[in-house]
Design a protein around this ligand. Structure first.
Ligand SMILES: [Zn+2]
Ligand SMILES: [Zn+2]
Length: 420
C-alpha cells in the first residue's frame, strides 16, 4: 500500500515536472503584453523548430510546448483560466469543449507567423523561401564604442492575423470550379481555317488565384497580408565594424505562399552631432574612426606649440578623460601626430586573436594644428617685434640662403638650339 502511495506521488511529480510553466517556457513575465508574448513565440519557435534541430526530440518537444503556451496565453479567456487554475484548468477547459482552447497544429501556428507550410526553406520541407529584405540602421559612433541595446522599427508585409492568412472572414475558401484551382485555363484560338493554337489564360472567375472567397476578410480585404510596423531589438556590440551585417532569420516580408526570407540589417554610423544629454556631448562624438583606430585634431595656440606648458582634457566616448599636455619648453611642431595606445576603438570580440579574453583597443591618433594670431594690439606687436629683431641679429637663420637659393633671377639661355 505504501509503495502504491509512493508510486502515485512519483507520478504526480512527473506530471508536474512535465508541464513547464507557460510563462517560464516563453521567458516572459506574468504581466507580459500581447506583443511580448508574440515576440517570445517568434524567437523560440525558430530556435526549436525541428527543421533546425533534426533528430533532436527535446527540441521537438519544446517546439510543441512553446506553441501550446503561446495559444493559451494569447487568448484572454484561456490565459485567465491558466493564471487561476494552471495546467489542470486548461485541461478541463479543453475537455469541456472550450472552443477557443483548441490547439492548432504547431506547424500551422508557425506558418501563421512565418508563412509557407510551417517549414523552413532550407533543410527539410523543400519550402520556397521569400526574398530577403535589407535595411540600413545608423547609430552614433558612441554606440559602436560603448555597445548598446536598442530597437528599430521597420514596416513590412505580415500575414493578416484576423483571418490567419486565409483572406476569408469566415475561414471558408473554395476551390474555383471553373479552373479546378489551377488559376488558369487553356483556350483554343483559331489562327486560320484548320489551324489552332492553344493558349493559357488566367481564369476570369477567380482572377487567376484558383480559389474563391465569398466573404473577404475585412482587415486585409482578402489579400491575406497587411502592412504593419515591426520592432526588432538591436544589439550593437562593442567595436562592431561599420557596415557589419546582422541577420534576423525569417523576419522579411511574410506571405502564406512562402516562408519569410531574412531581414538583413546593415549597421552604419550616423553623422556626428552633439545630442542633448550630457553623455552625448563629449569630444569623442567628433572622433573619426578608421577600423580600430580613432582620429582627433587638437588645436594649439602659437604660444602653446612653441613654449609648452599646457594641458587639454578630452572627453572620450564613454566620458573618461584623455589628458594631453606638454611641460614648459616642450615644442609641438604643427601637424605632429601623437599616438595614444589603447584609446582607440575596442576590438570586436570576433576580431580578437584566438584565446584572447581581455578587452583590446586600437589607438587614438591626435593631430596637432597650430593657429597663429591674426591680430595683435599695437603695444604687443611692438614688444614682439623688438624681441624678434634682437634675436634675429644675434642668431637668426636665413632659410633662403640655407637652401642655396640665388638672390636674383637666373637668366635662361635663349635662341640657342643644341644639335642633337
Ligand atoms: Zn485578413
Ligand atoms: Zn478559377
Amino acid at each position: 500500500m505504501l509503495l502504491r502511495i509512493f508510486l502515485f506521488l512519483a507520478c504526480m511529480a512527473l506530471v508536474v515536472l512535465g508541464a513547464e510553466d507557460f510563462y517560464k517556457l516563453l521567458g516572459i513575465k506574468k504581466d507580459a503584453s500581447e506583443r511580448e508574448i508574440k515576440k517570445a513565440y517568434r524567437k523560440l519557435s525558430k530556435t526549436y523548430h525541428p527543421d533546425k534541430n533534426p533528430g533532436d526530440s527535446t527540441a521537438h518537444d519544446k517546439f510543441v510546448a512553446v506553441a501550446e503556451a503561446y495559444e493559451v496565453l494569447i487568448d484572454e479567456e484561456t490565459r485567465r483560466i491558466y493564471d487561476q487554475y494552471g495546467h489542470d484548468g486548461i485541461e478541463q477547459h479543453k475537455r469541456g469543449g472550450g472552443q477557443r482552447g483548441q490547439h492548432h497544429d504547431p506547424f500551422d501556428l508557425f506558418s501563421r507567423f512565418f508563412g509557407g507550410s510551417g517549414h523552413f526553406g532550407h533543410g527539410g520541407g523543400g519550402q520556397r523561401q521569400g526574398p530577403n529584405m535589407e535595411v540600413r540602421v545608423a547609430v552614433p559612433l558612441r554606440d559602436f564604442y560603448n555597445g548598446r541595446s536598442t530597437e528599430f522599427t521597420i514596416e513590412k508585409q505580415a500575414i493578416c492575423s484576423a483571418c490567419e492568412g486565409t483572406g476569408s472572414e469566415d475561414g471558408h475558401v473554395e476551390t474555383c470550379n471553373q479552373c479546378g484551382g489551377r488559376g488558369a485555363r487553356i483556350q483554343r484560338q483559331q489562327l486560320a481555317p484548320g489551324l489552332f493554337q492553344q493558349v493559357q489564360v488566367a481564369c476570369d472567375k477567380c482572377a487567376g488565384k484558383g480559389k474563391i472567397i465569398k466573404k473577404p476578410c475585412p482587415v486585409c480585404g482578402g489579400s491575406r497580408v497587411v502592412r504593419e510596423p515591426e520592432t526588432h531589438e538591436l544589439h550593437v556590440e562593442k567595436g562592431m565594424p561599420k557596415g557589419v551585417q546582422i541577420t534576423y532569420e525569417n523576419e522579411a516580408d511574410e506571405s502564406p505562399d512562402y516562408v519569410a526570407g531574412n531581414l538583413i540589417v546593415h549597421l552604419v554610423e550616423t553623422e556626428p552631432a552633439l545630442g542633448t544629454l550630457e553623455h552625448e556631448r563629449t569630444d569623442g562624438t567628433f572622433f573619426r574612426r578608421r577600423g580600430k583606430d580613432l582620429f582627433w585634431r587638437e588645436v594649439l595656440s602659437l604660444r602653446e606649440a612653441w613654449m609648452g606648458d599646457w594641458t587639454r582634457n578630452i572627453t572620450h566616448l564613454d566620458g573618461h578623460i584623455v589628458q594631453l599636455s606638454r611641460k614648459r619648453g616642450e615644442v609641438v611642431q604643427p601637424n605632429t601626430i601623437e599616438i595614444l595606445k589603447d584609446e582607440g576603438m575596442p576590438i570586436w570580440y570576433q576580431h580578437l586573436p584566438e584565446g584572447t579574453h581581455d578587452e583590446l583597443f586600437g589607438e587614438l591618433h591626435v593631430e596637432y594644428v597650430v593657429v597663429l594670431p591674426d591680430q595683435m594690439d599695437k603695444p604687443m606687436e611692438k614688444d614682439f617685434w623688438g624681441v624678434w629683431e634682437k634675436y634675429r641679429k644675434k642668431q637668426g637663420v636665413q632659410l633662403d640662403k640655407e637652401n642655396g637659393r640665388p638672390e636674383g633671377p637666373i637668366p635662361m639661355p635663349s635662341g640657342v638650339h643644341d644639335e642633337l
